[in-house]
Structure formats: structure tokens, C-alpha cells
Write a protein that binds this ligand. Sequence first.
Ligand SMILES: Cc1cc2nc3c(=O)[nH]c(=O)nc-3n(C[C@H](O)[C@H](O)[C@H](O)COP(=O)(O)OP(=O)(O)OC[C@H]3O[C@@H](n4cnc5c(N)ncnc54)[C@H](O)[C@@H]3O)c2cc1C
Length: 373
Amino acid sequence: MLKQHVVVVGAGAFGGWTALSLLRSGARVTLVDAWGPGNSRASSGGETRILRATYKDRIYTDLVARALPLWLENEQRWGIKLFHQTGVLWMADENDALERAAAAHMRDAGLPFEELSAAEAARRYPQINFDGIRWALRETHAGFLLARRACAAVLESFRAEGGTYIQAAAEPGAIERGALKEIKLSDGSALVADQYVFACGPWLGKLFPDVIGERIKPTRQDVFFFGTPAGDARFTEESLGVWLDYGTRAWYGIAGNESRGFKIANDTRGPAFDPTNGDRTPDTSALKAAREYVAFRFPALRDAPLVESRVCQYEQTADSHFIIDRHPRAQNVWLAGGGSGHGFKFGPALGEWISQMVLGRRPVEPTFSFARF
Ligand SMILES: Cc1cc2nc3c(=O)[nH]c(=O)nc-3n(C[C@H](O)[C@H](O)[C@H](O)COP(=O)(O)OP(=O)(O)OC[C@H]3O[C@@H](n4cnc5c(N)ncnc54)[C@H](O)[C@@H]3O)c2cc1C
């Protein structure tokens, strides 16, 4: 039987894993990306992403329970370390609905975690000022992933397993009689396939203005890396790792962070941002806020120097749920994106889901469908 040919546009966390999963499911797959996997404009760019299962909505806890073994399996297959299981420490204040809901989901899903009183947390983490914190939840299964490196590893594996990769900008061609005829590439050529998956992250709204448009809004997010005192063992992956101060505040970070510095960012959605030409110079007021927070919560880092920074963008939907659905007017087109600041960790599990949907082996998940809008 002739293999189905699927073109996937976008080699980030969503598209890369979808392409690999389609290939492993028996399809012929061509993957296209304008600037390469995990490039500096992409939402999957940068060094690290948190893997955690603390969610109010059960669907995400279950997706992490599926994604984690897939990360570990592929890591082993490729012989590279992509997941750092440092544990993830959640500092909960009086707004702890998220941590409470998530504890029940994780218990059900069999994902291990500990609940610590504020006094116990303070004993274990003397480098943190726990003022205002009522209790802490520590996900022991969780940690952080290497982002850019993982996207590159997925592409490398995709090519080694027989996939075709083209570096070009793609544009959907005409839709005729309920199907997309072709996609046009920036080198003037066209690609014709049985099905097409567009996993273009923050660019999806521009590519499909009528169907996606403002449903995915790219927002500017500043990330800072502070230098810790020389030889100080309190801010390593082993002694602290991933932490979140979530509830009234929305700060998170990664200590150690592959020696790049003490990573810190605010999860509050920033202003609208153009992923292609947006100015990625760090924002001084965002830096000031990060410094103030660090001085309060991690007093030993009060005067820590800024050693690096980066500006990324979330591709935000109104309800923070992803969009994974068929194009309403083209039955051979699938749209996948809207990671909304939390999509990376799910890559392998979403890749599996999307490939099954494309191959007609799984229905569209209502939480991620257009029908919800
Ligand atoms: C600062 C920051 C922190 C985050 N923290 C976390 C975290 O801790 N944990 C977590 O799980 N998630 C996190 N996320 C979210 C996560 O990184 C994203 O949801 C995820 O990476 C999105 O992947 P994507 O494949 O949809 O998009 P992208 O990675 O942007 O991939 C889209 C790809 O499409 C390509 N492309 C676009 N248009 C075209 C075109 N016309 N032709 C060809 N190619 C095209 C681009 O070059 C790009 O490579 C964070 C995001 C940011 C920005």
C-alpha cells in the first residue's frame, strides 16, 4: 500500500514531535521550518523548559504522565541527556487552589510528590525566604528539559529514521473543494501531500488570519539569568533546581540551569509581540521587578549580577488551552499550537496524539478543539 504523505510545517516542540511520531507510525513525512528547530525566534528556543504536572485541569496532568516516559525512552534511544530530574518546588500562599487541585490529580495519576509545611520547607531550603508562604508542594518526578537541544535531537532522529527536512518558509496555497491544494515554499517551489499539519507556534495567526487570527496572541516574555556567588552550593540543580512562587505572585525559575545562571521569569502575560521582527532587547522595568523579587525571596542573591537575558514570546490562547484541530474548511489540514507558555513538556505526548488524529486513529480532543470558542 502506498504510504500517506504528510507535510508538517514548523519544527518546534509541537511540529517536530508530530513529524517524528507520524514517521514512526508509517507515514512518509516532510518537515519544513523557516529558521530551524528551536531557533531564537521560536517559542521552543532557549536552553531550558520546566516539566511539571501541577495543573488544575486533569487533562494536562495525564498528558505529563504520558510525556515523561516518552522523554525518557527517547533520551535513552538517542544517548543524550535532555531531562534533569531536579524536582519542582511550588511555594503556595493563601491562593493555593492550583496546588490543591493538582495534588489530587497527581495522586490519581501516580505521579509522586511531597507536601511540606512552611517550617519543613524552610528547614530544607535555607536559601529561600518563605515569608507569606503557607506550605510547599514538591513534585519529585519533575524537573527541567533542554529545549533547543531537544528540538535539534528530534530533527536529527527524524532525518535518521527516513524523514525529509526542508529549510524554507511555507505558505498555504488555495483551498478548493474543501481541501488545500499545495503549500508554497520561499524558494518558489510547491509541496503537494495527502495531509498538512501547520505547527507554526506564534506565527499561526498570521498564516491563518480567518481561522486562527487573534485566537493566538504572541505576548512578550522577558527571562533573566543572575550570577550566583562563586562556589556557592545553595543555588545548584541538586540543592534547589526548579522552583515556582505561584498564587498571588507568578514567578518561576531554575537554579543551576546547566551553569547558565539562576534563571528567573514572570509568568504574567506581557504586551503583544511580533515573533519575526520584535525587538528582543531586555526591558528595564521587567529587570527591576526581577531584581526586587530575587532580593526578597533569595536574599543571598540581592546584588547578583545579570549574566544573561532573553526575550521569548508565549503564543497565548484566551483560555490557555492548546488548539489542535482540523481546519474547518480544509479536511486535509491540521492546525496545532497555542502552547500558551506551557506547551513544551508535552511535545512527545502531543506528537503522538496529533499523529493519531491525522491518521484517523483518534478523535479531536474537545478541550483543544475550535468548537470550544
Ligand atoms: C519564556 C518562555 C518560557 C516557557 N516556559 C515553559 C516551561 O517551563 N514549560 C513548558 O512546558 N513550556 C514552556 N513554554 C512554552 C513552550 O515553550 C511553547 O508552548 C512551545 O515551545 C511551543 O512550541 P511550538 O512548536 O508550538 O512553537 P515554536 O517553537 O515557535 O515552533 C514553531 C516553528 O514554526 C516555524 N515557522 C513559523 N512559521 C513558519 C512558516 N511560515 N514556514 C516555515 N516554518 C515556520 C518557526 O521557525 C518555528 O520553528 C515557555 C515559553 C516561553 C517563551
